[in-house]
Design a protein around this ligand. Structure first.
Ligand code: IMP
Length: 190
């Protein structure tokens, strides 16, 4: 394998190219500006997948706001998801009485977002909503998980790029695409 092998070669189909992503991010920022004017919202990004989306969203947002990050690790594989997650890094900011926007790269089963929502709600924020770039709605398990802001709905395919990874690679692709099937380990992605 050449060190210069392009990650692009591993993508079978581009779902959202760079221009489409940037356009949608600007639209979401405009919605947030309208809904959060004067409220100084705190955007909470989930490490590591939401970093690219959150930084573009933050730059597009022309109202005063803050950012913070959390990191979690899911127990077990994605397919055996039980919703049990381990907190690796908590927020630096207090969120009591703050307007919090949880920024996700993708909501799949929704178990992670449901867990985080419960965790953050217990701290009594003034408001708490989810803003996700991608919504893989067909795989939802978590009941009653309202998504206030959604970039795009995606089919039940494993996607990478713009923060989303497969075994820690492909996050830096400026677009979102479907990974070639033969690259996924037997039994599906972890
Ligand atoms: P959930 O708890 O099932 O909603 O899982 C959410 C997490 O699973 C995301 O934050 C991603 O890390 C990962 N994930 C789910 N679907 C994909 C995908 O298609 N590509 C890359 N990561 C994914």
């Amino acid at each position: 394998m050449s060190a210069l092998r392009s990650l692009d070669e591993d993508i079978q189909e581009v779902l959202f190219d760079e221009a489409a992503l940037q356009r949608r991010v600007r639209e979401l920022a405009a919605e947030l500006e309208r809904d959060y004017a004067g409220l100084r919202p705190l955007l909470v990004g989930m490490l590591r997948g939401s970093v690219y989306f959150l930084s573009d969203l933050s730059r597009a947002l022309r109202i005063p706001h803050e950012i913070d990050f959390m990191a979690i690790a899911a127990y077990g594989t994605r397919h055996a998801a039980t919703g049990a997650v381990r907190l690796l890094k908590d927020l630096d900011e207090e969120i009591t009485d703050r307007h919090v926007v949880l920024v996700e790269d993708i909501v799949d089963t929704g178990l992670t977002a449901a867990y985080l929502t419960r965790l953050l709600r217990a701290r009594r924020p003034a408001s708490l909503v989810i803003c996700t770039l991608l919504d893989k709605r067909v795989r939802r398990i978590a009941p009653n998980l309202p998504l206030a802001y959604v970039g795009f709905e995606v089919p039940d395919r494993f996607v990478v790029g713009y923060g989303l990874d497969y075994r820690q690679l492909y996050r830096n692709l400026p677009y979102i695409g479907v990974l070639r099937d033969e690259l996924l380990s037997p039994g599906g992605p972890p």
